[in-house]
Design a protein around this ligand. Structure first.
Ligand code: DHB
Length: 390
């Protein structure tokens, strides 16, 4: 089979790219080794930046984020047992939307299906080959058929363990990464919301995040050791830990039965360039952030907005060199998000080896941030997201 753009990965990045290309008359095939049910059933991120919402709505994916999502005009940073609200609307005139990644996937998948898009879930034995004149991706369909797709361009939107990234020849990529001495323990709670906005908490017992899903289901996280095992934590043990970190001064978490316990990986990673010849990377395949700043999904969508334009330029000019602009344009935002995610993480988490000085200094930092209109605006600008590049 021939196509213009072969896309590996049917998560938000791969599907949005296929959708945006379709709108400019460029055809693509998207494959994923995960089944549709598997992707739809995985709990992922929850917050969309204002620019991500505009991108989904204005490009015609769906309006559901506006009707089903919850607009949040601020966020709470809690420390010393007190809530400090950062008012996004007042400070920078923007909002974010609580709209889980699963819903973004369902919207994109439905839009591609309605527009006749070629998306193949549950393929196996995928092999990518960029040695020839055209990139080739070969895979086995769920019915056993072996398929070979030759494309003008190959896109790796295949997540943090990307096989496409590893198809770059040795020595053409740089990598930067940082590990952290902790992870997040995430879980769902059957209970009403504890608060009407998200609460990011710093406590001497470690970080905790109170997020939401619906009027009856909530999402929460607490800082844990990277080697923690979900099966070692029953509901009582989790609530004991959460109460220590979050409750106090008149605030109490709404508790309920716990499900979907997972330990989340936690690292900062960037590779560049994001293009080699006819192979380009987008989203987690090229960079991952710790989850504290809610940037991962938003960064993937922002990559794709730029990438779709670069690919349209490539077809418009017939010149593959214009694809180099993609790395240049995407990376500025990537490193801003890397810094913000690192900063929010180090400001709110307590390392096991933190000295008493470190802990007091963290309070100074949080107090400076929330007590200053300039500090709070800096946080609000980063959290709600920077303008998409022109
Ligand atoms: C959620 C996840 C995040 O990493 C974050 O920063 C905020 C919210 C969530 O899953 O709801």
């Amino acid at each position: 089979t021939r196509t213009q753009v072969a896309i590996v990965g049917a998560g938000p990045a791969g599907l949005l790219l296929s959708h945006l290309l379709h709108r400019t008359g460029i055809e693509s095939i998207v494959i994923d080794n995960r089944g549709y049910e598997q992707i739809a059933g995985t709990i992922r991120a929850g917050i969309l930046e204002a620019g991500s919402v505009r991108l989904l709505v204005d490009s015609g994916v769906s309006d559901r984020v506006l009707t089903e999502g919850m607009r949040h005009d601020g966020v709470v940073l809690r420390f010393h047992g007190e809530n400090h609200r950062i008012d996004f609307q007042d400070l920078v005139g923007e909002s974010v939307w609580l709209y889980p990644q699963t819903e973004v996937f369902l919207d994109l998948s439905a839009r591609r299906a309605a527009d006749g898009g070629d998306v193949r879930y549950g393929v196996t034995d995928t092999v990518v080959d960029i040695a020839g004149a055209r990139p080739v991706v070969t895979f086995t369909e769920s019915d056993g058929t072996r398929v070979e797709v030759a494309a003008d361009l190959l896109i790796g939107a295949d997540g943090s363990r990307s096989m496409c990234r590893h198809a770059f020849p040795a020595g053409v990529r740089d990598e930067w990464f940082r590990e952290y001495p902790f992870a997040w323990f995430g879980f769902l709670v059957e209970a009403p919301p504890s608060h009407d906005e998200l609460i990011y908490t710093r406590s001497d017992f470690g970080f905790a995040l109170i997020s939401q899903r619906t009027s009856t289901m909530q999402r929460m996280y607490f800082q844990c050791r990277p080697d923690e095992r979900p099966e070692d934590w029953d509901d009582d043990r989790i609530w004991t830990e959460m109460r220590k970190r979050v409750n106090g001064n008149g605030f109490e978490l709404a508790e309920g039965p716990i499900s979907a316990k997972t330990v989340l990986p936690f690292r900062s990673f960037v590779t560049a360039p994001m293009r080699h010849d006819k192979l380009l990377l987008a989203g987690d395949a090229a960079h991952t952030v710790p989850p504290t700043g809610a940037k991962g999904l938003n960064l993937a969508l922002a990559d794709v907005a730029v990438l779709a334009e670069s690919i349209a330029d490539f077809y418009g000019t017939g010149d593959a060199d214009v694809l180099d602009r993609y790395t240049e344009r995407a990376l500025d935002r990537v490193w801003r998000a890397q810094h913000f995610s690192y900063w929010a993480t180090t400001m709110l988490h307590t390392a096991a080896d933190a000295s008493p000085f470190d802990r007091q200094r963290q309070h100074g930092e949080l107090s400076m941030l929330t007590g200053s209109r300039h500090g709070a605006a800096y946080f609000a600008e980063a959290y709600t997201g920077w303008q998409h590049p022109k």
